[in-house]
Write a protein of this length. Structure first.
Length: 109
């Protein structure tokens, strides 16, 4: 492939990645959003994180695993409580990691 074609492909990929992020900022920067929209937007990051994490917690191999032998599900439940009570990402990640490490070390899961 020619260097010019590769350059234009990389440029196009950059535009496709950057422009969808830039246009809302340009469009909304001079406007005041209603309070209900601001509150709604605050729920987007936790919803996206939950959507990305849930499959890795409840799917084992190629099937749904809600059994008591699912280490990640067992660690996720108390971690969810810590996240809800503290609202701290650091505390939640720390509790989850400690629970998984402890279960693997002491229980051999």
């Amino acid at each position: 492939m020619e260097q010019q074609v590769i350059f234009f492909i990389i440029l196009g990929m950059g535009l496709v990645t950057y422009l969808p992020r830039l246009f809302p900022v340009w469009f909304l920067s001079s406007r005041d959003l209603p309070q209900v929209v601001i509150v709604w937007l605050k729920y987007i990051p936790p919803a996206v994180l939950a959507a990305m994490l849930l499959p890795s917690v409840v799917v084992s191999g190629d099937r749904l695993d809600l059994s008591p032998n699912n280490l990640f599900l067992l660690a996720a439940l108390p971690t969810l409580v810590v996240a809800w009570k503290t609202r701290s990402l650091f505390a939640s990640v720390l509790v989850g990691m400690v629970l998984v490490a402890a279960a693997r070390f002491f229980l051999g899961l």
